[in-house]
Design a protein around this ligand. Structure first.
Ligand code: FES
Length: 275
């Protein structure tokens, strides 16, 4: 009989018994309601094992990609390990590897990637300052190519975390980060679909990750990236994005400037209106 590992305990499932029924039979306290795959209140994340298609019916693609499933719709045929959503959302410490200015207001922070730290480009993590204040920043790095986590942090006047990052943070400092979360990332399976990516300021960070992740996964559809700012000085990673545009016939980079006359090669107007 298969074993279900959960919360540090192991439970034997009977033949044709759903994971939910197994845990209820063992008097384990878990959320559930409909027991029919509708309400999603019994959703868990599978850490070991592969959810069936039926057990992920109705879940968002982002959740499916992270191995979320519905316990009432899954009968284990081999040993699995599961955890509650958010159960693993505990902070870890890591080192600052590099700090670089991308423009006058944006700092690129590269952190050592902790062991077993999994994420999708475009998801976000919470970065904590020494006073325990947290702010969310998107991941622009690629887990398969980069051994660091890349964040783009804009200096917000009076910002408790961005101000600390821009003025006090140093290479080799230890910082605390949460696990990555969020459902904004590239999901393979529709390679021919066109992608439209629009962002302003440091909203580029997740898009930069998603764009490169799509290319890494051989996305064939057209990819348009509109990056906007009120002034050309507010844009960044221009050379890198131009290089991607030049190297891939399906990549189209559109730097947009909403105020004044933009420099040659840039578009006048708001990114969301030009897209
Ligand atoms: S209990 Fe409602 S979906 Fe499982």
């Amino acid at each position: 009989m298969p074993i279900i590992a959960f919360d540090g305990q192991e439970y034997l499932a009977e033949d044709n018994e759903s994971v939910l029924d197994c845990l209820i039979r063992h008097d384990v306290s878990v959320n559930y309601s409909c027991r029919a795959g509708v309400c999603q209140s019994c959703m868990m994340m599978m850490k070991e094992g592969t959810p069936s298609e039926a057990s992920q019916k109705g879940l968002k693609d982002a959740l499916k990609a992270q191995n979320y499933f519905l316990m009432c719709s899954y009968v284990a045929e081999e040993d699995i390990a599961i955890t509650r959503p958010g159960k693993d959302f505990q902070s870890v410490e890591t080192d600052v590897l590099a700090l670089d200015r991308l423009n006058a207001d944006v700092l690129r922070v590269r952190l050592a990637r902790p062991d077993n730290y999994s994420y999708f480009p475009g998801q976000f993590l919470n970065l904590q300052n020494p006073d325990g204040v947290e702010r969310s920043y998107s991941l622009a790095s690629l887990p398969d190519d980069d051994d660091f986590l890349e964040l783009h942090i804009r200096h917000i006047p009076g910002g408790k975390v961005s101000g600390w990052a821009h003025t006090a943070l140093k290479v080799a400092d230890r910082v605390s980060i949460s696990p990555a979360t969020g459902d904004c990332f590239y999901t393979p399976g529709q390679s021919g679909q066109n992608l439209l990516l629009i962002g302003t300021g440091t909203g580029l960070a997740p898009l930069y990750g998603i764009l490169r992740d799509a290319l890494r996964q051989d996305h064939q559809g057209e990819i348009h990236l509109y990056h906007g700012s009120s002034a050309a000085e507010g844009l960044y990673l221009i050379d890198e994005l131009k290089a991607l545009d030049a190297a891939h016939t399906n990549v189209h980079y559109h730097p947009c400037v909403s105020q004044g006359t933009p420099p040659a090669g840039m578009t006048a107007g708001r990114a969301d209106q030009k897209a």
